[in-house]
Write a protein that binds this ligand. Structure first.
Ligand SMILES: [Zn+2]
Length: 404
């Protein structure tokens, strides 16, 4: 059984809330019991042993990582030099070989746990992790990540997507494995470039949406295909989402094509996605990033995720969702305070909506999933991704740098 983290403080004094208001918060049995405005000019109060004085530090709802791969990370194992490959298939083959080497050093479960703990300590309270399901690993990675999730369940909530890293139609056995993964604990069904990888858009989407319908689960599809083929697949995904009444439960991860369309086509596709209730996840790639602001202004739910962290795909990544907001802000030319607030929303409220989190945000009666950071406003926190001062998960203490 996981050891329970210590109970957190029952009183948070003088926090700056995301809207700029100063408030004291009382916490009781893992929930926010009250939020009391602090009158201007109030003298500093001692918080006592059961409380913490934030001295005006920004208090955010727990950060949300909308897209990670807990099973892929090498974190905790010795550093692995990145191997460059010619294309996606070669990269997948390289990963298959490398993951056996790394697994001999440290099992998937321990690496997944290490990454989840790191995320939690950085204030992430919820993460959606895609988990490889392919003929090479079967359900082994799923079982490993389910065990890792159990180990960290008092620190962070983990949502799992059955991810066909080797395609769906290309490997006929995969459909059966995905079905099994959904029975064994995966909560969503994933996909991978129906055109670019499987060369069979309807074939892959038939399997993915068929499983979504049969199991009553949401969908989150990796779509790297660019330009017109990418846009056509977005339209196909939106059409199936609408037909199955899955609005609000379908996401497309990356959707690089949205960064390559002319404005008219971009707006047309954005309208289709917004109408169908299909969300778009970005991690702020240097090339072909979806235009976050324009999509948001056209009603598309855009959210953020880390994606690969120190694995066969990508040597970078820290799991810090405020740093991710900085990256997205830089790549997306988000400059004004309003823009920076949007960058923060991608990693907080927007991601919470995309993940279907029932209770989210700083509100009386809500879960005490909170992170205090060394900044005084949301824009500053995005610009600086500063030190985390205090992290609470269901009121339990995950990180405490404010202890008296
Ligand atoms: Zn991914």
């Amino acid at each position: 059984m996981p050891t329970l983290p210590p109970p957190g403080p029952r009183l948070l004094l003088d926090a700056t809330l995301p809207d700029g208001a100063r408030a004291d918060l009382a916490i009781d049995r893992g929930r926010i019991a009250s939020i009391t405005p602090v009158p201007p000019g109030r003298e500093r109060r001692p918080a006592g042993p059961d409380g913490r004085n934030l001295d005006g530090a920004l208090l955010l709802p727990a950060l949300v990582d909308g897209h990670a791969h807990l099973d892929k990370t090498f974190l905790g194992a010795p550093w692995q030099p990145h191997r460059e490959t010619a294309d996606l298939r070669a990269q997948i083959a390289s990963e298959r070989q490398l993951r056996r080497v790394v697994a001999d050093r440290l099992p998937v479960v321990d690496r997944a746990e290490a990454l989840a703990r790191r995320m939690a300590a950085l204030g992430t309270g919820h993460v959606r992790s895609h988990v490889d399901v392919d003929p090479g690993v079967g359900l082994d990675h799923l079982y490993a990540v389910l065990e890792a999730r159990e180990r960290v369940r008092e620190l962070i909530d983990v949502q799992l997507v059955a991810f066909p890293q080797s395609g769906v139609v290309a490997e006929p056995e995969v459909a059966r494995l995905l079905d099994a993964a959904l029975r064994e604990g995966a909560e969503l069904i994933g996909g991978l470039d129906p055109f670019g990888f499987d060369q069979d858009v309807d074939g892959q989407l038939d399997v993915v949406f068929g499983l979504a319908e049969r199991h009553g689960v949401g969908v989150d599809i990796h779509l790297h295909d660019g330009g017109a083929p990418g846009a056509a697949q977005l339209r196909a995904i939106a059409a199936r989402t609408a037909a199955l009444g899955l609005a609000g439960r379908v996401a497309v991860s990356h959707a690089y094509c949205l960064g390559q369309l002319d404005e008219r086509e971009l707006d047309a596709v954005a309208a289709v996605l917004a109408d169908a209730g299909v969300a778009v996840m970005t991690n702020g790639p240097a090339r072909s990033m979806p235009p976050v602001k324009r999509l948001h202004e056209r009603g598309v739910l855009v959210f953020a995720g880390s994606d690969n962290i120190r694995d066969a795909w990508w040597p970078y990544g820290t799991g810090d969702m405020l740093e991710r907001a900085t990256v997205i802000g830089l790549q997306g030319d988000l400059m004004t305070d309003q823009d920076l607030r949007l960058a923060a929303d991608l990693a907080t409220g927007h991601a919470a909506r995309a993940l279907g989190l029932a209770e989210y945000g700083i509100a009386v009666g809500g879960r005490a999933d909170l992170v205090a950071v060394a900044a005084h406003s949301v824009p500053e926190a995005v610009a600086a991704h500063p030190e985390r001062l205090l992290v609470l998960h269901r009121g339990h203490l995950v990180l405490d740098r404010l202890a008296p």
